[in-house]
Design a protein around this ligand. Structure first.
Ligand SMILES: [Zn+2]
Length: 58
């Protein structure tokens, strides 16, 4: 397993080491769906695929 940080809530997301590009993983904390966009020798890049309502506040 490779641990990646959720871009939204910074929870740790476990991604299988044999994950393929295009695979979808979900954050266990906030449920954000992330797509594996890069796999490089144990390093993963995740990108959010579900654009939640951006709430910029203020
Ligand atoms: Zn999250």
């Amino acid at each position: 397993m490779v641990n990646e940080l959720c871009p939204d809530c910074e929870a740790e997301i476990e991604v299988p080491e044999d994950a393929m590009i295009g695979e979808i993983v979900s954050c266990p904390d906030c449920g954000l769906d992330l797509e594996v966009v890069e796999v490089d020798e144990g390093n993963m890049a995740l990108e959010r695929i579900s654009i939640e309502k951006e709430d910029w506040g203020e």
